[in-house]
Design a binder for this molecule. Structure first.
Ligand code: C5P
Length: 218
């Protein structure tokens, strides 16, 4: 039986992770947060003192990554890394290791292994293009850069971090530019993906839209 996959790609802080997790919960499907694998790789490499542009060494870290995905919890080498990987510096590191082709190759099968019955909702940058090109539904989920910066700002403030919104916007734009410009698996809106611009949408409506698309596609 082919395993149904909903691929949700989009830029950072677009809310795709929240939407993807909620769609998965609503359908009773598995969920893949592919960005977490790049974040964990960056974190593990840094912990070993490996330079993030050392492609061979970082790809070995990726291939041997000891990560466990539990419900609402992510372990790295048995330790809770759920909060740690959300750190802005880890996100920055993730986007650095993500440009390395050998790292992407090392993580490919691991991502595909998440596809199990009754289905999978996967979010990232290349879910529809590289990891699950045969996905039953492909969504490109985005929001204006200023709106994304403001969402990230509120998240960080809620966590008690002192942040500067102009700086956040700058970081977001820099990361988007790197994700789009890289030669391997760049962030792009595929011709067969449906566009979901959430700039003025609530999470509830965004989730409902994806569920409606899935219903009409299946
Ligand atoms: O989605 P998230 O912000 O957690 O991803 C962190 C970084 O990992 C992104 O900026 C991107 O460079 C990289 N990434 C990727 N391909 C994916 C998911 C994430 O290159 N499928």
């Amino acid at each position: 039986i082919p395993i149904p996959v909903i691929a949700i790609d989009g830029p950072s802080a677009s809310g795709k992770g929240t939407v993807a997790a909620r769609v998965a919960a609503a359908l009773g499907w598995h969920y893949l947060d592919s960005g977490a694998l790049y974040r964990l790789t960056a974190l593990a490499a840094r912990g070993r003192g490996i330079a993030l542009d050392d492609e061979f060494a970082v790809s070995r870290v990726a291939a041997q990554l000891d990560a466990t995905f539990l419900e609402g919890m992510i372990l790295l080498e048995g330790e809770d890394a759920t909060e740690l990987i959300r750190d802005e510096r880890v996100g920055e590191g993730a986007s650095q290791v993500a440009v390395l082709p050998a790292v992407r190759t090392a993580l490919l099968q691991r991502q595909r292994d998440f596809a199990k019955l009754p289905g999978l909702v996967a979010d990232g940058r290349d879910m529809g293009s590289v990891v699950f090109p045969d996905a039953s539904l492909k969504v490109f989920l985005t929001a204006g850069a200023a709106e994304r910066a403001s969402r990230r700002y509120k998240q960080l403030i809620a966590k008690g971090e002192s942040v500067n919104i102009a700086r956040i916007l700058e970081d977001i734009e820099q990361r988007d530019a790197r994700d789009k410009a890289r030669t391997v698996a760049p962030l792009q809106q595929l011709p067969d993906a449906r566009l979901l611009d959430t700039t003025e949408l609530s999470i509830d409506i965004a989730v409902q839209t994806v569920l409606d698309w899935w219903k009409s596609a299946s």
